[in-house]
Design a protein around this ligand. Structure first.
Ligand SMILES: Nc1ncnc2c1ncn2[C@@H]1O[C@H](COP(=O)(O)OP(=O)(O)OP(=O)(O)O)[C@@H](O)[C@H]1O
Ligand SMILES: [Mg+2]
Length: 396
């Protein structure tokens, strides 16, 4: 199928889309590479071989789909009545709620305004059930596959829904772990108190599951560009240099307070011991009309925290390691990037442990998280807050 790769209303390239293989097999014409996803624009400018570029384009498009490592993917595919996530890619023009890219069939008279999921409602109920329900027997109908859920990234079970006109992302826990949503809410509580730009996560329940719920932080004029895309064509050095180079690029693109905002993210990670700050879990927001880099993306995806992977009723295993660009490093090392720790008013965190404790107890009737575990979680959180207090004291 001949099609045009679009960024909102701007034509990027005329391509051939293979509906059997769910990928691109020919480039007819590049119209405006500047509006392409940043990672592709960079490849295009550096790569003379058009076949290699075609592969990258194909890889990027397939990468928009639900990843192979999505928790319970086999069950989801069964319920959706499909065999691979790539089958979903062209069901709704490849549209997403994290950017404005889509594929327009060449001869189809269709306008972005009429199809994008920011302005146009979608029927999410079947996908939500297929994705989040534990015991559903649902097999979905074709019409329910026209949703932005076809293009969500990440490991956790999730679903976009609409509530009161707002698009929200619901996320469950990984495997049988139910702490993730609570960690997301804890992160929001901390960011709120410390004044860090963040996506606000609240708790919700779907059937027998506790999920986190956060509003979409992208609108029809913006896109999320992750650090992975930004760093992809940059030289790798020592990881502190990688960090500094990343900040430099953001500053050169006109983003204000890039350093402070990144530091804030690492302060949060330190406090909740978030182990999963990989390069697709932070980034920047770009205006898709002007291509201007607007801001650092608000802090999102903080669920893999508080020792979640290592919990055992009989042992205390403390992983003190987080992600810092291409490395896994002790949190005590990562926090050293914060140049002026005393700018943090740590008293703002007074009472946050108690608030978290209350929240965990409040939902205990569904989660069955033991009192013992809640206690240990609160001890860990308290320990991290005290450690940060010490760091601030030493800095004063
Ligand atoms: N509120 C939001 N608004 C817009 N896009 C979002 C929002 N939250 C998440 N996304 C997009 O969806 C992707 C997956 O979300 P998220 O990172 O929260 O899921 P995850 O399953 O926890 O990921 P991971 O595999 O890193 O654990 C993000 O990388 C981002 O592109
Ligand atoms: Mg993520």
């Amino acid at each position: 199928m001949k099609c045009i790769l679009m960024n909102k209303n701007t034509e990027i390239a005329v391509l051939d889309y293979n509906e059997i293989l769910h990928g691109f097999d020919r480039i007819y014409e590049i119209i405006d590479i500047n509006y392409a996803p940043l990672i592709l624009k960079n490849y295009y400018e550096e790569e003379n071989d058009s076949l290699v570029f075609l592969n990258k384009l194909d890889e990027w498009f397939k990468g928009r789909g639900i990843p192979s490592w999505r928790d319970k993917l086999d069950l989801l595919l069964h319920r959706l009545n499909i065999t691979t996530p790539t089958e979903l890619l062209d069901k709704a023009f490849g549209l997403s709620l994290s950017d404005q890219y889509w594929i327009k069939p060449y001869d189809l008279k269709i306008n972005y305004d009429d199809i994008n999921f920011f302005d146009n409602d979608f029927d999410y109920s079947e996908f939500m059930e297929a994705s989040l329900s534990l015991n559903s027997k649902i097999i979905t109908s074709g019409k329910s596959l026209k949703t932005p859920n076809n293009t969500t990234d990440g490991m956790l079970k999730k679903a976009w829904i609409i509530d009161g006109g707002t698009r929200y992302l619901l996320k469950g826990g990984y495997k049988n772990e139910i702490l993730q949503p609570f960690n997301e809410v804890l992160a929001s509580m901390i960011c709120e108190r410390l004044g860090f730009d963040h996506v606000t996560y609240t708790l919700d329940t779907y059937k027998d599951l506790v999920v986190s719920k956060c509003p979409c932080f992208i609108n029809r004029d913006t896109e999320l560009i992750t650090a992975y895309q930004i760093r992809n064509n940059m030289k790798r050095n020592d990881n502190i240099e990688d960090y500094e180079d990343y900040i430099k690029v953001l500053e050169e693109e006109g983003i204000k307070n890039a350093r402070i905002k990144l530091e804030n993210m690492f302060i949060l990670d330190f406090l909740i011991m978030n182990e999963d700050r990989h390069l697709n879990n932070f980034g920047i927001i770009r205006d898709v009309n002007t291509l201007k880099w607007l801001d650092v993306a608000p802090i999102f995806d903080n669920g893999m925290a508080l020792n979640i992977e290592y919990y055992d009723e009989n042992e205390v295993m403390i992983s003190g390691h987080g992600r810092f660009f291409y490395e896994v490093k002790p949190f005590d090392e990562i926090i050293k990037v914060v140049k002026n720790p005393k700018r943090i008013d740590i008293t703002k965190l007074d009472g946050v442990v108690e608030e978290f404790d209350e929240l965990l107890h409040k939902y205990q009737y569904i989660t069955h998280i033991s009192d013992e575990r809640i206690l240990r979680l609160c001890i860990l959180l308290n320990r991290q807050i005290n450690k940060l207090k010490e760091i601030i004291k030493k800095d004063s």
